[in-house]
Write a protein that binds this ligand. Sequence first.
Ligand SMILES: C[S@@+](CC[C@H](N)C(=O)[O-])C[C@H]1O[C@@H](n2cnc3c(N)ncnc32)[C@H](O)[C@@H]1O
Length: 313
Amino acid sequence: MNGERTRGDEGDSDGDPDRDGAATVDSPETGTRDPDALLRRAGVRGDPNRDQHFLVDDRVLDRLPEYAAEADVDLSHVLEIGAGTGALTDRLLVAGDRVTAIERDPDLAAFLREEFVAEIEAGDLTVVEGDALEVELPEFTASISNLPYGPSSELAFRLLPEERPLVLMFQREFAERMAAEPGTDDYGRLSVTAGHYADAEVVEPVPKEAFSPPPAVQSAVVRTTPRDPDYEVDDEEFFMAFLKAVFTQRRKTMRNAVRNTAHISGLGDPDAVVEAADEDLMSARAGNVTPAEFADLATLAYEVGEPGEHPSA
Ligand SMILES: C[S@@+](CC[C@H](N)C(=O)[O-])C[C@H]1O[C@@H](n2cnc3c(N)ncnc32)[C@H](O)[C@@H]1O
């Protein structure tokens, strides 16, 4: 740590005119804020009951925007969900042109507005105080976030349909399920639903010690690249409900899974689906069925299975 100074004292040390003026730097060599100094200035400890685990490992903080940059991601407007004390926000301001940071905790949002006053006045940063599941999202080009783990699934499925590249920190188990291939232990509903929108890869496991306070579980960074699926479905909502249904019975054959879960998928005549479908596919278990096979089956089920309401998608 190099003490707490303002960039106004440092002049043009990093050569980035957008980051000059009164923006704070703790490390003149890198032109960045120190995560521990941010915690001190904010006067917070991080409350695990509010999903507050702040990144304090500089190397991880540096690598998050690098994962996007190395994939040639457009960083002209980066969305950060759960900005906390701004340690990642600070790195995103260096890597990107503009950042919108959403933070639910009113005290942290107030701290961010104070700490980053120069960047806000320069038009480089917008702090949105509110729940990222509810606030209107801006037109962003990429999201790079150390997500709150409680709502991470809902947040991922709010972001994925936006069709933008994402670099997101999740619980490690969640990250591995998201990126899993058919036939592996981790492959499941999450892998197929995430894969509907994007290619997902785990780029880095992150140990608990990288955070303050450390979470109970290990973490991992996932990078997603949006693309169209290699199949088509007639009704996306039914497809999602159908997946949810059959994966509740992942150890059963698809034949039994389709028959036993009509109350979840909304199928009025699941037997008609089983009779019309390929026999080999009906004998397979959901964990071995590829996304394209699910899509074909869901299309068939939609045609012959008398789908009704499927409010549970
Ligand atoms: C894991 S911490 C990450 C903080 C910071 N980005 C970092 O890396 O140090 C998650 C942050 O999300 C905030 N948060 C929790 N739930 C949220 C929600 N629903 N919407 C927006 N922010 C939320 C917490 O207050 C916390 O600051």
